[in-house]
Ligand binder design. Structure first.
Ligand code: TRP
Ligand code: SF4
Length: 335
């Protein structure tokens, strides 16, 4: 059998994951783990780039992310789950990559600019862009190249970083006259982006997210806040599903073709109230996540199993990174 191509991706441990993560990234990973040799990393060093002074919840959040992944169907028998800071070879590769990275490459990184902006808005005058944050894209390239991945399945917001990783791989290869590193390609999910209940991008800091781990009541409350067709005041006003800003978009993900057709007809005919519509939607969403939430509870109560999974994953991915760093040291010409 031809050797499977390698996939690498990661998430920062910033808290419990939401449905944007699920439909934007994790569901993609769950499919890919069947066909590729997958490495999924909890990027705890990356979390430090902006939150180095707020680490009380860091360890807890590493668990939260892994438990969310496992609950959603990342299967440790198929995919390798590990924690970034357990692989010192990534930090070493970060040094070599930093040497060949022109400063203006990181300075013009659009995602980094956004992060800096958010930081400034939050902390105002006190915000400092640390050396570590400037190195964010180099460290992310080190993650990807430390397993010499072929593909990187990420959300659209991370694509610029993967492009930069391609540039860095090419640059390293050019500088050292080698073809050692693959130029990794981003792999986007074909699922449409799930917005927050207010219609803007779903995000924890925007207070518009529904968590994978939310209970049914919380989910229902949040869904009742979803924006609908703003031109509609009463139940018998004629509705416009195409102008229903959030609720109908969610239906398009959670409903069957038949249900969608029904909703569309009733809404347009003024035979469907938005509150009822959303109550039904909440039920659908809760059904969808029922098993996932049960599995999540299981892992919450069996952290020793989680530790074992991570330990195995660290061992496996570290073995690969060790070999790659041996090669890199030779290529660079180290003692
Ligand atoms: N920067 C990514 C994010 O914020 C997380 C990440 C860290 C990552 N290392 C990675 C993603 C390597 C893909 C590959 O979502
Ligand atoms: Fe949207 Fe449903 Fe209200 Fe129609 S009835 S506007 S689809 S929430």
């Amino acid at each position: 059998m031809e050797e499977q191509k390698r996939i690498m991706s990661g998430m920062r441990p910033t808290g419990k994951l939401h449905l944007g993560h699920y439909f934007g990234v994790i569901s993609n990973w769950v499919n890919l783990q069947n066909d590729y040799d997958c490495y999924f990393s909890v990027a705890d060093w990356h979390a430090l780039t902006t939150n180095y002074d707020k680490t009380e919840q860091l360890k807890n959040n590493v668990y939260n992310v892994i438990i969310d992944w496992l609950a959603c169907g990342i299967n440790p028998e198929k995919a390798t789950i590990f924690v970034q800071s357990k692989i010192p070879e990534i930090a070493e590769l970060n040094i070599y990559l930093g040497m060949v990275t022109p400063q203006n490459w990181v300075e013009r990184d659009p995602t980094l600019k956004d992060m800096a902006k958010i930081l400034r808005n939050k902390d105002g005058q006190n915000s400092q862009i640390g050396f570590g944050l400037m190195g964010y894209p180099v460290l992310m390239s080190a993650d990807i190249l430390a397993v010499n991945a072929h593909y990187v399945p990420v959300g659209i917001d991370q694509v610029a970083h993967v492009e930069l990783t391609r540039d860095m791989a090419r640059r390293f290869n050019n500088v050292y006259k080698t073809d050692y590193f693959n130029e990794p390609t981003p792999k986007l999910n074909n699922c449409p982006l799930l917005c927050g209940v207010d219609g803007s991008k779903m995000g924890k800091s925007f207070n518009n997210d529904i968590k994978i781990s939310d209970d049914e009541e919380t989910t229902q409350k949040k869904i009742m806040q979803c924006i609908t067709d703003r031109s509609r005041a009463r139940k018998d006003d004629l509705g416009h599903p195409d102008k229903c800003e959030v609720a109908f978009k969610y239906w398009q993900i959670f409903g069957s073709q038949e249900e969608l057709q029904n909703i569309e007809n009733e809404c347009k005919a003024g035979q469907r109230g938005c509150a009822d519509c959303k109550r039904q939607l909440a039920k659908k969403v809760n059904e969808y996540f029922k098993d996932i939430r049960e599995r999540r509870k299981y892992y919450e109560n069996h952290l020793e199993e989680v530790d074992e999974i991570v330990q195995k994953g660290v061992e496996k991915s570290r073995k690969i990174s060790k070999k790659i760093l041996e090669d890199v040291r030779n290529i660079v010409g180290m003692y």
